[in-house]
Design a protein around this ligand. Structure first.
Ligand SMILES: NC(=O)c1ccc[n+]([C@@H]2O[C@H](COP(=O)([O-])OP(=O)(O)OC[C@H]3O[C@@H](n4cnc5c(N)ncnc54)[C@H](O)[C@@H]3O)[C@@H](O)[C@H]2O)c1
Ligand SMILES: O=C(O)C(=O)C[C@@H](O)[C@H](O)[C@H](O)COP(=O)(O)O
Ligand SMILES: [Zn+2]
Length: 362
């Protein structure tokens, strides 16, 4: 299956398949033939779990830099290590980067590609469920201790090669994390699809079922970034759950709580806000929370942080304008909108969330 992504700056395809890396790259020779060398950026967990499969199937010679695992690679230190490696290997403007990993490797590699010699091509080869989101749409970044994804660029990949076979070694926490973004894509687009997702556990999908849900999520994202590449308008909808979620993620220390686990907490916070500003009912919020609790999302994390700490991170959210926070909320499922919310209301809803967590159990 192929999903075209047409952004204002660049057009490319997301290719889906199973154990099809060789075949997929055979269709990308227009990109690979131009490369004077290929450098694979990956992380230690991905390389340990899937490096051999990658090496056997990847049809070209390559050099590889193996970075620290997961979120630990998305920082200045590893960004510099990548640039140094590229320079030492003699990479040029004609070199091609392959980002082989999850969203952390993808976001870092994209930013490295965007800035090495002012921009060289890169291809995303995702290995997580979450990466149906991160590999598409061209948001690249590293974290800053003061905030998530604070240093980055919009820079589109040349292609995305999504081989579902690579997902087979994903740990449970990462399945949970990735499925949050699938649920987010359903929340902002399609009530019937959301019902399909809530009808079963998030663990144990077959490769075919995963491809079905990941391609649906990718299509939602592709449609939005085609309309608004640089988050001037509708792209903000993809940030549902992220204002509060990023605050929890940053406050807990990057990599402790996964991105998707943090965003699931942020989604419940947004549903509570949507009860005030939209037509979301308390019954619906409780239903989503019950489902998330039943899937072992770690809501106990909320109690570890005072609201003021979370607020200080939220105030740095990229959607904030003139000091006022903006949240993506839901009128109803499939109808997102952007709402300015003052700090007092944020505090009240934070207290509501903490109260709800004492009342609702699986
Ligand atoms: N650019 C975007 O639009 C966008 C969208 C969503 C999320 N993100 C970013 O993506 C990051 C999260 O991405 P992620 O959830 O993919 O996490 P990740 O890249 O940190 O990967 C999760 C963990 O699983 C390991 N792993 C990855 N693939 C594996 C595999 N196939 N087998 C075994 N282990 C594997 C990794 O080493 C890591 O330890 C966050 O930094 C988030 O901010 C970016
Ligand atoms: O693609 C987008 O746009 C998104 O917001 C997708 C999010 O899932 C993703 O986590 C993104 O990196 C968040 O961006 P940020 O600008 O809020 O850091
Ligand atoms: Zn996200």
């Amino acid at each position: 299956m192929k999903i075209p992504v047409h952004t204002a700056s660049h057009q490319y395809d997301v290719l889906f398949g199973y154990s099809f890396l060789r075949e997929a790259f055979a269709s990308l020779t227009a990109i690979t033939d131009r490369a004077d060398r290929i450098i694979v950026l990956t992380d230690e967990h991905v390389w340990a779990a899937q490096g051999e499969n990658f090496t056997q199937a990847f049809p070209f010679a390559f050099d590889v830099l193996v970075l620290p695992g997961g979120e630990a690679c998305k920082n200045f230190e590893q960004y510099t290590a990548c640039q140094t490696y590229l320079l030492e290997q003699g990479a040029t403007r004609k070199s091609l980067i392959i980002a082989f990993g999850g969203g952390a490797v993808g976001d870092l590699s994209g930013f490295v590609a965007a800035t090495f010699m002012r921009g060289i091509p890169f291809i995303q080869v995702p290995t997580t469920i979450l990466a149906h989101d991160s590999a598409v749409g061209g948001k690249t970044a590293i974290n800053h201790p003061l905030g998530k994804n604070m240093i980055g660029a919009f820079y589109q990949p040349q292609a995305v090669v999504y081989d579902i076979a690579f997902l087979e070694t994903l740990p449970e926490q990462e399945i949970r994390s990735g499925m949050t973004e699938v649920i987010k894509h359903a929340l902002i687009s399609n009530a019937a699809w959301l019902e399909e997702l809530f009808a079963r556990p998030i663990y144990g999908y077959t490769a075919e079922q995963l491809e079905y849900h990941l391609s649906k999520g990718t299509q939602v994202k592709a449609d939005i970034v085609a309309e608004d590449e640089t988050e001037q308008s509708v792209r903000k909808y993809l940030n549902l759950g992220h204002t509060y979620g990023h605050a929890i993620e940053a406050a807990s220390g990057y990599g402790k709580l996964s991105h998707g686990e943090s965003v699931m907490i942020g989604l419940i916070y947004c549903l509570l806000l949507s009860e005030r500003y939209g037509n979301i009912t308390r019954d619906f919020t409780v239903r989503v929370l019950r489902y998330a609790l039943s899937q072992q999302y770690p809501f106990e994390a909320v109690a570890k942080f005072d609201f003021d700490i979370l607020l200080s991170y939220m105030q740095k959210d990229k959607k904030a304008e003139y000091g006022i926070l903006q949240f993506v909320l839901l009128e109803e499922v499939g109808k997102p909108f952007v709402q300015k919310v003052d700090a007092n209301t944020c505090r009240e809803v934070d207290a509501e969330l903490r109260q709800l967590l004492t009342e609702v159990h699986v």
